[in-house]
Design a protein. Structure first.
Length: 315
């Protein structure tokens, strides 16, 4: 069977999703737009990015075309600094590695921390490993000035994607999901979230399985279940899925308000392994702070295979 959606032209201002509510999954960095541009799909769905839109190949054999997202990307339209701080947070702290050759695999483990005490129903807090084709990173302030070379409008002219297995605190519980965000089509796809518990050890798997084909998997070692999304060879002329030369581990949050928004414990990305087409790569990580800090967020490099994220003062 074939399903082809007919979608009206979107006229959406950046961050409007915060006023319309969240999906069941995480609104990732580059997907700051109306929920119509963010798509939950069953685990093991395959996504093919193309210039005319994104093809979705469902596990049951159905095929759907998602047209390019037509959201307007521009200023926040908030004059209050406090409102900007509340509504656009972005990556709060991260570690990054840039390699001279395309990467083909990034695997890691992390243990699910305690539940944050916040009662904020709009919080979206995430930790994840990721690979990207270039080093665009969303931090507070980047979308406020359209002349800023780091601004979101640049994504319309500089094709971008991020592949990420994500650990998300989405009010009341932790979940995991596989995700891809791609520009200039602007759609975000995430596999059906799997609810998990503190103490679970999560395996994050980003692996190139064939030419231009990737698997993005978040696996619960306690439940022996995964939330997985696949990325198929694309029709993009820049062929960027073959040029994933940046690796990250990141803490990202939207609608964070203070220390209560974060776990009391730490989260460590451990047993991290990166490969290129020729074999293992030893990364030289560098930590970077974002524009905002809501508590005492930071990342500490323990070794090439281990990075620890802390949130509270005592760690």
């Amino acid at each position: 069977p074939v399903r082809v959606s007919v979608t009206a032209m979107y006229h959406v201002v950046l961050l409007v999703f915060l006023f319309f509510g969240f999906t069941s999954g995480f609104q990732s960095a580059a997907s700051l737009k109306h929920n119509d541009c963010t798509h939950e799909v069953p685990s093991n769905t395959k996504i093919k990015i193309s210039e005319q839109g994104d093809y979705v190949y469902y596990p049951d054999g159905a095929i759907e075309l998602k047209p390019p997202c037509k959201s307007k990307i521009g200023s926040i339209h908030e004059t209050s600094a406090s409102k900007q701080k509340l509504y656009y947070d972005g990556w709060l702290y991260w570690a990054q590695f840039n390699y001279t050759k395309p990467l083909t695999q990034f695997t890691s483990y992390m243990t699910v921390p305690d539940i944050p005490v916040t009662k904020n129903p709009g919080i979206n807090l995430a930790l994840f490993p990721a690979v990207q084709n270039w080093n665009w990173v969303p931090t507070h302030g980047t979308p406020t000035n359209t002349s800023n070379p780091g601004d979101l409008p640049l994504l319309k002219h500089h094709p971008f994607n991020i592949l990420q297995p994500v650990l998300v605190y989405n009010p009341g519980s932790w979940i995991i999901e596989g995700m891809i965000v791609s520009y200039p089509t602007g759609n975000t796809f995430f596999s059906k979230p799997l609810r998990i518990e503190p103490g679970d050890r999560i395996f994050g798997n980003i692996t190139k399985t064939a030419s231009n084909t990737w698997v993005v998997e978040a696996y619960s070692t306690k439940q022996h279940k995964a939330s997985t999304i696949h990325v198929l060879p694309s029709d993009e002329p820049d062929n960027r899925l073959n040029h994933q030369m940046w690796a990250f581990t990141s803490l990202e949050c939207y609608n964070c308000t203070g220390c209560e928004s974060f776990p009391t414990g730490t989260v460590t990305f451990e047993d991290m392994h990166i490969r290129d087409a020729h074999g293992p790569v030893v990364p030289k990580w560098a930590t970077k702070p974002g524009e905002l800090s809501f508590c005492h967020e930071r990342a500490k490099l323990i070794s090439p295979t281990e990075t620890r994220f802390a949130f509270q003062r005592r760690h």
